[in-house]
Design a protein around this ligand. Structure first.
Ligand code: T6T
Length: 330
């Protein structure tokens, strides 16, 4: 009997050590988890994401620290904020929207090597494929919109509004930010399905609305036959439609916008824009906290990509009670 018990104990030990690490909790139940949220910039999209993250953190008892919201876009603004927030100590997980596919790899890897886990929200590092071995595959996951798919859908809907013909122009923020890069390439892919739709140019406003407005005006003056515009984020879209309004071209130039700020929703209601894609920032924030929590407390394996969907606002549905939840708000 004694021998049987010894053999059984040995077997149990073998089974216990062979359970994959990901199936065992990373923290003791009584230990408090501290997550740090680092947004991309100060705008309604990230304030809405913060709300979702905070609500889920409160529900799960996670201590969520929110870093300063950068006044402008870019690693030169974001990295010092990240460094200062982590320096306070005690961070288990960083939820961050990297403001560049390259420039955030080294600063984040440094913290990962100090045993801090990373989830990228809204934007990703490299090509966003964290499942293959690469210098940027260390984050647990990317949680955000399928920007390629959204861009493609925007192009299709804009093409329909334009009777499938005419010149269209894209105003976007940066050439090295995964979210807007995906929107531009998806849009081009979608537009390419229509032989009589021509994309006449892409301008980069570096997330500065005034610049977006000036670039759009210059493009309209140089190409008076532009009939459609795609603004790939809040500041691009807000700058683009203002330029069209100021040029007296409302209605003549159709505008497709990305992001559901109150200003853009009002412009849609006023007939100053024609189509709007709303992401789900609150859901992105909430899912990021939830997956981080499940990873630490239950040893859950986090999917490398978690993709909440998107919805379209048009003049037909903008007043629907069901749609109001998709307008960005704190
Ligand atoms: O469009 C969002 C976000 O998805 C993008 O990465 C940066 O711009 C916004 O924050 C809107 O301003």
């Amino acid at each position: 009997m004694k021998k049987f018990i010894t053999v059984l104990a040995a077997l149990l030990l073998i089974v216990a050590v062979s359970i994959p690490l990901s199936a065992s909790p990373k923290k003791e139940a009584e230990e408090e988890l501290t997550f740090l949220f680092v947004p991309g910039v100060s705008d309604p999209f990230y304030y809405t994401m913060e709300r979702g993250a905070k609500e889920m953190a409160a529900e799960l008892g996670v201590n969520l620290i929110v870093a300063e919201f950068a006044k402008a876009w870019g690693p030169e603004h974001q990295v010092p904020i990240l460094e200062a927030a982590v320096a306070r100590g005690g961070i288990d997980l960083i939820l961050i929207a990297p403001t560049s596919i390259d420039a955030l790899i080294a600063p984040l890897k440094k913290f990962y090597d100090q045993d801090i886990e990373i989830i990228t929200v809204d934007t990703f590092l490299g090509d966003g494929d964290y499942s293959k071995s690469s210098e940027y595959s260390f984050p647990l996951a990317y949680i955000g919109t399928d920007n390629e798919l959204g861009g493609e859908r925007v192009a299709e809907k804009l093409a329909e509004l334009l009777g499938k013909k005419g010149k269209v122009y894209i105003n976007t923020t940066n050439p090295d930010v995964s979210s807007v890069m995906g929107r531009v390439s998806g849009f081009k892919r979608g537009a390419a399905k229509y032989p009589d739709i021509e994309v006449v140019g892409v301008d980069y406003n570096l997330d500065v609305q005034q610049k977006a407005q000036e670039q759009t005006l210059a493009k309209l003056q140089a190409n008076p036959d532009i009939v459609g515009i795609f603004g790939t984020n809040l500041f691009s879209a807000q700058g683009a439609y203002q330029a069209v309004v100021n040029a007296g071209l409302t209605g003549a130039v159709k505008i497709a916008c990305w992001d559901a700020s109150v200003e853009l929703i009002n412009a849609l209601k006023d007939g100053q824009i024609d189509l709007l894609l709303a992401q789900k920032p609150a859901e992105i924030g909430s899912l990021a906290v939830e997956w981080g929590y499940k990873y630490f407390t239950k040893g859950a394996e986090v999917p490398k990509k978690v993709i909440p969907g998107f919805v379209f606002f048009t003049s037909e549905n903008v007043d629907d009670p069901d749609m109001q939840q998709f307008i960005y708000k704190k």
